[in-house]
Design a protein around this ligand. Structure first.
Ligand code: BGC
Length: 694
């Protein structure tokens, strides 16, 4: 298929059609179109020239749409079917924020691969995942879709997703096309309020935010979704500097940019566009290739070209990019790729979902080793029988197919009545395990909160049980970091489960009873109070650092501590592992890290060896500690092992005040440990780009 020939054979209307994405409902004659979607008028010609479809929920339906489309369209270019397969299609994996707590890139890659295998049997060709937005504010509902607060972890895991979905560069062997989103810095919405303004320096944009999107691009992602937010006071959907200069020219992205849902005409609400036509012009100028459901391109691009306001070259460039990914994905050879439902589809995805769940559930507190627990306990809470463990964005996942906690814990369960329970039901046990926290509807898109505490009922239950002399273990479901200050001291054990997905009950049961060991670490800190938001471990030194000896005029709050209640990287295991003999040896383009770990317990375990860097003196301020390398390792019970891995010298670079990545001369402290606050210090130096011992 010669794409230049194909392109020149297309009429202007057909070209513009490629840039239009419509929802599947417009093709489904059996369902009534309701809500805002009913406001759009779609002619048959427009239906059969559109280039892609969003949100078709079955392979059969997608197949029929494609078939009809190919019969009726004049040019026979297959449609691309796109959907939000964020953490699974039918089998639901932990929410990405939970999965990132595994600190396990190869597991994330495996998860994305299995997620793609299932989606490929359900009519999906493009997934709007991974989300590479760095998240720092617990109030934001979409934290659940992110890899948390650390730029390095985010960069590494974003790339794992793309490798899993696509298997490397986009090709006809790729299961799905991965569309990374939301370019850029959508996680910084002011005050954690959804769709709000983002304002940050170019230096930080380059240093902390772009690297994750870039890692997706380097791993083969050929689609990028532009973000709803502004950058430098211009909405990204109309921001040529961000999309053309930075994304395409600086980061080398040569693929397709798709707008977020209806974002093009939302430029009118931002008051940078007068009307829908103006918004179409601004977006195509900014090189947004596909208009997701705003209809501005459909309604105005032909006219804008005919009027000479938009050049044909601009349109051709966009169409070509779209045709290129259709070709690379093998759609011209097989337009029905992923649309032919295999009834005998039988892949053991649940096993993988369980593996990820086991590695994403974080043990935050385990006073007097109250866990594991196998006897002398009862189970209670609103999450015990509801199976509401999928979390938001769990597309075709049906909680009725998901086993409840009750089904695993059986006769230990006390029927839920909120805080209005009779203590008698617990009289025969010393311990109570509570399953509490957010419902799936409390996080995700458009679910910002100003109060991130547990519900009054949940707190009341804990108090009542504690005052009755019970030991309490809280297993908390959440799509964001919650403020646990009210219950932290009352609980003997705290498990932060996030939303673990389809295999929640089985994974939680195995962890609580000690069949499996915990290994997850928080990928996002839990604040002491909403008032600390945004809060992250890798913050900056100030001119007046907090000092216990100096009481005032230092950078602190007068009503709480600066530190979060639980910090990034916190997470216990049942094993007692110590780290010793950590060394850092410079070697050309990397530093070799070695250390010994000793597991002093009867539990096999996995630990995450972490390396944090402090740039001692630099031309721009740098955090006290920044994660720059990590390795998740297994260590058998009662054994000692030596581990070795590399810290890439590139990771010591910074973005200077001239917006350039450089490696500055000077000393660097390296902190090697199993937690950001429990580390062994080493030192290296850099002279003229060469790393030396110190
Ligand atoms: C979200 C995107 C999502 C798109 C399509 C938007 O509202 O911001 O993340 O991919 O909808 O469903």
């Amino acid at each position: 298929m010669d794409l230049n020939e194909l392109l020149s054979s297309l009429t202007l209307e057909e070209k513009v059609g490629q840039l239009v994405q419509l929802a599947g409902v417009y093709y489904d004659t059996s369902s009534e179109i309701t809500g805002p979607l009913a406001n759009f008028e779609i002619t048959d010609t427009q239906k059969y020239t559109a280039g892609s479809i969003i949100g078709v929920s079955s392979a059969k339906e997608a197949y029929n749409i494609q078939k009809e489309y190919l019969e009726k369209s004049s040019h026979k270019i297959p449609l691309l079917f796109m959907a939000d397969v964020i953490h699974g299609s039918k089998t639901i994996f932990p929410i990405p924020l939970g999965a990132s707590s595994s600190f396990n890139p190869s597991l994330i890659e495996k998860m994305a691969k299995y997620s793609a295998i299932e989606a490929a049997n359900m009519g999906v060709q493009v997934t709007f995942s991974p989300m590479a937005d760095l998240a720092r504010d617990a109030r934001w509902g979409r934290n659940m879709e992110t890899n948390g607060e650390d730029p390095y972890l985010n960069k590494v895991l974003t790339s794992s997703y793309v490798r899993g979905y696509q298997g490397g560069e986009l090709s006809s062997d790729s299961l799905l096309i991965s569309c990374v989103k939301h370019f850029a810095a959508y996680g910084l919405v002011d005050a954690g309020r959804e769709y709000n303004t983002v304002d940050l320096s170019k230096r930080l944009l380059l240093e902390q935010h772009y690297p994750a999107y870039e890692s997706a691009i380097k791993s083969g992602s050929k689609m990028v979704m532009s973000a709803f937010n502004t950058i430098d006071s211009v909405p990204v959907t109309a921001n040529k500097k961000v999309l053309d200069d930075d994304l395409r020219n600086m980061l080398g992205f040569d693929g397709v940019v798709i707008s977020d849902w209806a974002a093009i005409t939302e430029l009118i609400n931002h008051r940078v566009a007068m009307d829908s036509k103006d918004s179409a012009k601004l977006s195509i100028d900014a090189t947004v290739d596909i208009d997701m459901m705003s209809m501005a391109y459909k309604d105005h691009l032909v006219e804008l070209v005919n009027e000479g306001v938009v050049s044909m070259e601009l349109i051709d460039n966009s169409v070509k990019r779209i045709l290129e990914i259709k070709k690379a994905y093998g759609l011209f050879d097989n337009p029905f790729k992923n649309l032919e439902f295999d009834e005998n589809f039988n892949v053991d995805i649940n096993q993988v979902a369980k593996e990820v769940a086991l590695e994403s559930i974080v043990l935050l507190k385990n006073k007097n080793n109250i866990l594991p627990m196998t006897k002398n306990y009862k189970v209670y809470g609103k999450h015990v029988s509801s199976s509401d463990y999928h979390g938001p964005w769990s597309w075709q996942g049906d909680i009725n197919d998901t086993k409840s906690i009750e089904s695993k814990f059986g006769d230990k369960v006390v029927e839920y009545r909120g805080s209005d329970f009779d203590l008698q039901f617990f009289s025969d046990v010393d311990n109570v395990i509570l399953f509490i926290g957010e419902t799936s509807f409390e996080s995700g898109e458009a679910k910002s909160k100003t109060d991130i505490r547990l519900s009054k009922t949940d707190v009341e239950i804990i108090k009542k049980l504690k005052f009755a002399g019970k030991n309490v273990v809280a297993c908390i479901f959440a799509g964001r970091p919650l403020d646990l200050s009210e219950i932290n001291d009352l609980c003997d054990g705290i498990i932060y489960a996030w939303f673990p997905g389809s295999e929640a009950a089985s994974a939680i049961y195995d962890l609580i009873t000690g069949v499996s060991n915990f290994s997850a670490k928080l990928s996002m800190s839990l604040p002491r109070t909403t008032g600390q938001c945004p809060i992250y471990y890798n913050d900056y030194p100030t001119g007046r650092p907090f000092d216990k000896a100096i009481d005032t005029y230092v950078s602190k709050y007068i009503d709480t501590l600066n530190s979060p209640l639980y910090t990034f990287s916190d997470g216990l295991t049942y094993s007692n592992v110590t780290i010793t003999d950590a060394t850092a040896k410079p070697n050309k383009d990397h530093i070799v890290i070695t250390c010994n770990l000793e597991n002093h317990s009867d539990y096999d375990c996995m630990e995450v060896i972490q390396v944090y860097v402090k740039d001692c003196i630099s031309t721009v301020i740098k955090p006290e500690r920044e994660l720059k390398a990590f390795k998740k390792v297994r260590i058998a019970k009662n054994t000692k092992s030596t581990f070795e891995f590399n810290l890439n010298l590139e990771e010591l670079k910074l973005v200077n005040n001239n917006e350039q990545w450089i490696l500055e001369d000077g000393d660097f402290e390296l902190y090697i440990g199993l937690n950001v606050n429990n580390v062994i210090k080493q030192k290296v130096g850099v002279i003229n780009g060469i790393c030396i011992n110190k």
